[in-house]
Design a protein around this ligand. Structure first.
Ligand code: MN
Length: 380
């Protein structure tokens, strides 16, 4: 089964691991399109190795720079949102893997679905902000939304073959990040360097901070709700510091089925790209003797308010999850630059949510407007 892939966000953590998977399966997978934001030197290397037919640099200046570098290949470099919308809909593409960070992923994902491409989804914002648009559209166009996130892939794998109405509950696991067990007073003076030391997973800076604050888990709750069509009350977040049980489902007879493995994003990426096939993978195996034990705890939502605020925004629904997400994006940017303290991330999210008047069933324009209003409000 040969598949042509368009990869959005090729220089990020998921992007480069996706290229590893392609490299290991070069007989079946072909990168037909690559898109990134600004890192032209890396993209040039990728272009020369994977020989895609289409390339897009979101940043206009970077697009010109890359064009000059790869003049000899004859590839015309696309740019901007227009470029992203074009590259996801090229006729040769079968699957679009969306690994860009931020709400910038929403419109290209919609365009890809409209063009009949299967989606390997690694962009969280797409479902958090626009799940009510994406899921019905995917059903209507008969395309698959295949989760790349490790937890959602685990749920997807655990559900495989079972009818939806037999699902009682989703058990969404979280490592708890580097600050697990800390008290509010200890979080007060945590720096970006402290938050970037994730114990189990090697990820980009934004998601690593979100993982430390449990905002990431909150976004994943919202994604799970859309992907698997479950009520919020039937999603249980469980702290599991070893990151071996990647998530589980509970069926109506009480059976709990989960997916376990060593933490490695290449497995969910490969599973999404080959679904429904399961392919050999030459990586470290889970050794239960070496592991010894697994532990589970209740999340501390009073200290790690990110998860509580996420549930609140999801319950309110409409445009509120967009505000939650936009406020967090802005707060994390400020925190990474050393402009705010760690706990102010939560304060900024809460302030933005309290200020926002919810719009029901927001259109893409409403979503982008809510994002902009949140940024403007918090910048004041
Ligand atoms: Mn995850």
């Amino acid at each position: 089964m040969n598949r042509n892939i368009v990869l959005l966000g090729s220089t990020g953590s998921i992007g480069t691991q996706t290229l590893d998977v392609v490299r290991n399966n070069s007989d079946e997978l072909k990168v037909i399109g690559l898109a990134a934001n600004t890192r032209t030197a890396e993209v040039e290397k990728q272009v020369r190795e994977f020989r895609p037919k289409y390339v897009c640099m979101y940043d206009e200046h970077a697009a010109k720079e890359l064009q000059a570098k790869i003049e000899d290949t004859g590839i015309k470099v696309m740019t901007g949102m227009e470029g992203l919308l074009e590259i996801v809909s090229v006729p040769e593409a079968d699957t679009v893997l969306t690994a860009v960070v931020g709400m910038i992923g929403i419109q290209p994902t919609i365009r890809a679905i409209e063009s009949g491409k299967d989606i390997a989804l690694a962009n969280k914002e797409t479902l958090v902000c626009a799940g009510h648009i994406i899921m019905p559209l995917a059903a209507q166009k008969n395309v698959q939304i295949l989760p790349v996130d490790s937890e959602h892939s685990a749920i997807f794998q655990s559900l495989n073959g079972e009818p939806k109405d037999k699902l009682e509950k989703i058990i969404l696991t979280a490592s708890g990040g580097p600050f697990r067990g800390k008290k509010r007073s200890e979080l007060e003076n945590m720096t970006a360097a402290d938050a970037l030391k994730h114990p189990n997973w090697n990820m980009g800076p934004k998601v690593t901070i979100d993982s430390s604050s449990l905002v990431n888990k909150g976004l994943e709750v919202m994604e799970a709700r859309w992907l698997f069509d479950v009520a919020l009350d039937n999603i249980q977040v469980v702290i599991h510091p070893q990151s071996i049980l990647h998530s589980a489902v509970q069926f109506c007879d009480g059976a709990v089925i989960g997916q376990m493995g060593v933490p490695d994003m290449k497995l969910p990426i490969q599973y999404a790209l080959f679904y429904p096939d399961r392919r050999p993978m030459n990586e470290k195996r889970l050794d239960l003797f070496e592991l010894g034990s697994m532990t589970f705890e209740k999340p501390d939502m009073e200290t790690f308010r990110g998860l509580k605020l996420a549930f609140d925004s999801a319950k309110t629904g409409g445009s509120m999850p967009t505000v939650f997400n936009a406020a967090n994006e802005m707060a994390v940017r400020a925190f990474l630059k050393g402009e705010i303290k760690y706990l102010q991330i939560y304060d900024m999210i809460q302030r933005a949510m309290e200020h926002h008047v919810k719009i029901d069933n927001p259109s893409v324009e409403d979503i982008l407007q809510a994002e902009k209003e949140t940024y403007d409000y918090l910048a004041k």
